[in-house]
Write a protein that binds this ligand. Structure first.
Ligand code: PMP
Ligand code: GLU
Length: 394
């Protein structure tokens, strides 16, 4: 069968693939340590589970409005006001089937064939694929490791052409854990305003910062930047709800409305029960993320410290998310591997440690380690990595 050209070069998400591979090996009885996970290893909090059960028992099992139930939209409006000082109306919000589908839908409504989106690398694996699926061109610009993996305003300005529609900013970043400051965002924002480029601000790791740096949404810097930005967020990471598939986008009505129309023909609506669960997540007082954040902060210190003792590996210390993105070029050289994919593959085969190669994030010398796993697993993983590198020393 001749399939559409748009899927011919489409490969599965490497982050999901590595987790699937690690799980498969575990099932076969191998003692695998998976550091590939892109999701918190915590259960969804009980008050959220209860809200979902209540929703089912009260008959919230039918179609909902395509852009989400009004109560949840209002709760998201309130969240933006409280957390980010941003005033949106319900018409400026769409609830989606995970943040991933918010991005997918956004690129579908935004891009015509050949339109360009600037994607700073290291980038999350799905951005370029989603842009290509919308017939757009991802224009990759590489952030330097020496610059803490942050893109400079000059790099963005240089990449802008008459075809540029948007630029993606992801802070805290997956895979590097880097966080942009308000000043850095202001400079980037000024350029986008000057060239009328939309900012896609992926803030899914907003709640997971472990330093004194605070999360700044580029939209909160000025009212003109708010108009120029679509924020992507969701409950997957903040409330350990990856499987529930609830995300959202906030932005100008002229973008959100067609996104909602498109959703009405693709998903109809995000799952009714999951929307009620997300509503409970946002209606809770206090800081429901505090405990998870504390544990992640401790693990970051642990794993970052352990990496210092592994030969051939160097790492810029992340500030947020739950990943480290160390450079392993020297280890690869010592071990006689040409590509990071081969190095990662051999590590999995020989030592049963699963990492995600940097290739899927647009980088060829680094690997992503997730610390969404126990401290014991992190210690054992670093022990095995050490052994692997020493065994292969030529
Ligand atoms: N953006 C980034 C940077 C992510 O890491 C993820 C995680 N998959 C997403 C978006 C999508 O999140 P969701 O699970 O809500 O689709
Ligand atoms: N965001 C996670 C990751 O980067 C989940 C996997 C995915 O959706 O690609 O690993």
């Amino acid at each position: 069968m001749e399939l559409a050209s748009r899927v011919k070069t489409l490969s599965p998400s490497s982050t999901l693939a590595i987790t699937a591979k690690a799980n498969e090996l575990k099932k076969q009885g191998h003692d695998v340590i998976g550091l590939g996970a892109g999701e918190p290893d915590f259960n969804t909090p009980e008050y959220i589970l209860n809200a979902a059960a209540n929703a089912m028992n009260h008959g919230y099992t039918k179609y909902t409005p395509s852009g989400g139930i009004p109560e949840l939209k209002q709760a998201i409006v309130n969240k933006f006001q409280t957390d980010n000082g941003l005033r949106y109306t319900a018409e400026e919000i769409i609830v989606t089937t995970g943040a991933k589908h918010a991005l997918y839908t956004l690129f579908q409504v935004l891009l015509d064939k050949g339109d360009e989106v600037i994607v700073p690398a290291p980038y999350w694996v799905s951005y370029p694929e989603q842009i290509k699926l919308a017939e757009g061109n991802p224009v990759i610009i590489s952030a330097k490791e020496q610059n803490s993996f942050k893109i400079t305003p000059e790099q963005i300005e240089k990449a802008i052409t008459p075809k540029t529609k948007a630029v993606i900013i992801n802070s805290p970043n997956n895979p590097t854990g880097m966080v942009y400051s308000k000043e850095e965002l202001r400079e980037i924002g000024d350029i986008c305003l000057r060239h009328d480029v939309l900012i896609v601000s992926d803030e899914i790791y907003e709640k997971l910062i472990y330093t004194n740096d605070s999360h700044v949404s580029i939209a909160e810097i000025s009212s003109s930047l708010k108009k120029q930005t679509v924020i992507i967020n969701g409950v997957s990471k903040s409330h350990a709800m990856t499987g529930w598939r609830i995300g959202y986008a906030a932005g100008p009505v002229e973008v959100i409305k067609p996104m909602t129309n498109l959703a009405s023909h693709s998903t109809s609506n995000p799952t009714s029960i999951a929307q009620h669960a997300a509503l409970a997540a946002y209606q809770t007082d206090g800081d429901p993320n505090a405990e998870m954040r504390q544990i992640f902060a401790e693990r970051l210190e642990l794993l970052y410290g352990l990496l210092q003792d592994i030969p051939g590996i160097s790492c810029v210390k992340p500030k947020g998310a739950f990943y480290l993105f160390p450079n392993v070029q020297e280890a690869m050289n010592m071990n006689g591997f040409e590509t990071v994919d081969d190095w990662v593959k051999a590590l999995l085969e020989e030592e049963k440690v699963a990492l995600v190669p940097g290739t899927g994030f647009g980088v060829h010398e680094n690997v992503r380690l997730s610390y969404a796993t126990s401290s014991d697993a992190l210690k054992e993983a670093s022990h095995r990595m050490n052994r692997f590198i020493n065994n292969h020393r030529s």
